[in-house]
Design a binder for this molecule. Structure first.
Ligand SMILES: Cc1cc2nc3c(=O)[nH]c(=O)nc-3n(C[C@H](O)[C@H](O)[C@H](O)COP(=O)(O)O)c2cc1C
Length: 398
């Protein structure tokens, strides 16, 4: 391994390489290319040269996607995993954040997570385009994260979104005396009832991975101010808002609890989330005296708005269309359409079977029924891996 050297000359016979002359390089300034000092070159025996070439990111890229190719510092909203890895765990944590190695490790983790988040709706950016010049290893790792996120998000052309509604909800609250948390848990109950997987946590525990995981964010805060003047989100929430990563197209619901007057709290939050690219789809403010009823009403409204009723007949029709197209992703598409709700798929299967009893020759219905069964058995493989889901499984696996 030699650093600060470059090839001065290649020597070989009959089309075969035999020696490489390596000269030390000199670079007068960081922004000037290095020169090879040919007169100081030394001979190395070699039969193969692998040449690696560095490129700059096309400047047009940053123009098309403003905000790209910036080296970002690790956000302070470190996922718990980082703490667990020891990089930020006390007592080494604060020091490590400042040390070169700890800082570099955190930056890399932050970049990996950033690659997971859509930069614009249906646009993911990874590698040098996201973070500025770095190593190919980082670019590859980020590329894998972005690819996984695309597979999970299944981006669609506008208007072709799934009817099933959000499937993974992150509900995070900033709560001092527990009211905002209580309101959040009520909302979580309703969203969970609509078929979504809901993770609830305090806002200070939210890491960039949690934001990347969710397809719906529900963020709650208490408010502080001078009763009716200067009322804004609590300090913890404001700190969180400052560190938001890009959240292109991420559906977001905001709520707050207050004593007298919610003031500008939700406006401040909405502006910040929208600046990050999120799509604010609902807002609720609950007086602390109405916590027994207002969050319930808001939860019901959200469910009605975001999880429109999909009938088994619509699922059966979609299964026919997808089976006719015969694309490789038909099963995943159908599962997505049904919002992962097995009961709905089982009902669609019953609809198709009823059709087949009337018209046994109906090829379309046969193909659709096969597709529905494939989705159910695929899901059952996933379910089998969680013991808690065994009883659900028994309900539809014959
Ligand atoms: C320091 C402080 C300042 C507050 N300022 C306001 C205010 O200006 N206006 C208001 O309506 N409520 C104000 N509140 C009330 C809280 O926002 C309200 O009680 C909230 O529901 C508390 O939520 P939590 O139980 O999740 O902490 C204030 C509370 C505290 C502790």
């Amino acid at each position: 391994m030699r650093f600060e050297t470059n090839i001065s000359k290649l020597v070989g016979h009959d089309g075969k390489l035999s020696e490489v002359w390596l000269g030390p390089t000199k670079q007068r300034r960081g922004n000037l290319p290095p020169h090879v000092l040919h007169h100081k070159a030394e001979k190395v025996h070699a039969d193969l040269v692998v040449s690696a070439t560095g490129y700059l990111v096309d400047p047009g890229f940053a123009k098309a996607l403003p905000g790209t190719a910036k080296r970002r510092k690790a956000p302070k909203i470190a996922p718990r995993r980082w703490a667990a890895s020891g990089v930020t765990a006390p007592p080494s944590g604060p020091d490590n954040r400042r040390s070169a190695i700890g800082g570099a490790a955190l930056d890399r983790e932050a970049d990996l997570a950033a690659a997971r988040l859509a930069f614009r709706p249906r646009v993911w950016v990874a590698g040098d385009g996201l973070t500025g010049p770095a190593t190919v290893v980082e670019a590859m790792a980020q590329g894998r994260e972005a690819a996984q996120a695309i597979l999970t998000d299944r981006p669609r052309r506008p208007g072709l979104e799934p009817l099933g509604g959000p499937r993974q909800v992150l509900l995070a609250y900033e709560s001092e005396t527990g009211r905002t948390k209580r309101a959040g848990l009520t909302l979580a109950e309703y969203l969970g009832g609509a078929g979504a997987e809901v993770r609830t946590m305090h806002l200070r525990d939210v890491g960039i991975m949690d934001l990347a995981w969710a397809d719906l964010l529900v963020i709650g805060t208490w408010v502080e101010g001078m009763v009716v003047a200067g009322v804004r989100p609590a300090a913890g929430t404001r700190a969180f808002l400052k560190k938001l990563p890009h959240l292109a197209g991420k559906k977001t619901v905001l709520y707050c609890t207050y004593a007298v007057y919610p003031g500008q709290a939700l406006d401040i939050m909405r502006r910040r989330f929208e600046a990050a690219g999120a799509k604010v789809v609902g807002e609720g403010h609950f007086s602390r005296w109405s916590l027994a009823t207002a969050p319930v009403r808001f939860g019901q409204e959200l469910v009605a708005k975001m999880w429109p009723a999909v009938t088994q007949f619509e699922v059966a029709d979609r299964a026919k269309a997808l089976a006719a197209d015969g694309g490789p992703d038909a099963a995943a598409e159908l599962a997505w359409f049904a919002g992962g709700r097995q009961a709905l798929l089982r009902d669609a299967r019953a609809v198709l079977r009823a059709e087949l009893r009337r018209h046994p020759e109906d090829e379309e219905a046969h193909a659709a029924a096969r597709l529905v069964v494939a989705v159910l058995s695929q899901d059952s493989r996933v379910l089998r891996s969680t013991p808690a889901a065994q009883s659900e499984l028994e309900g539809f696996v014959r």
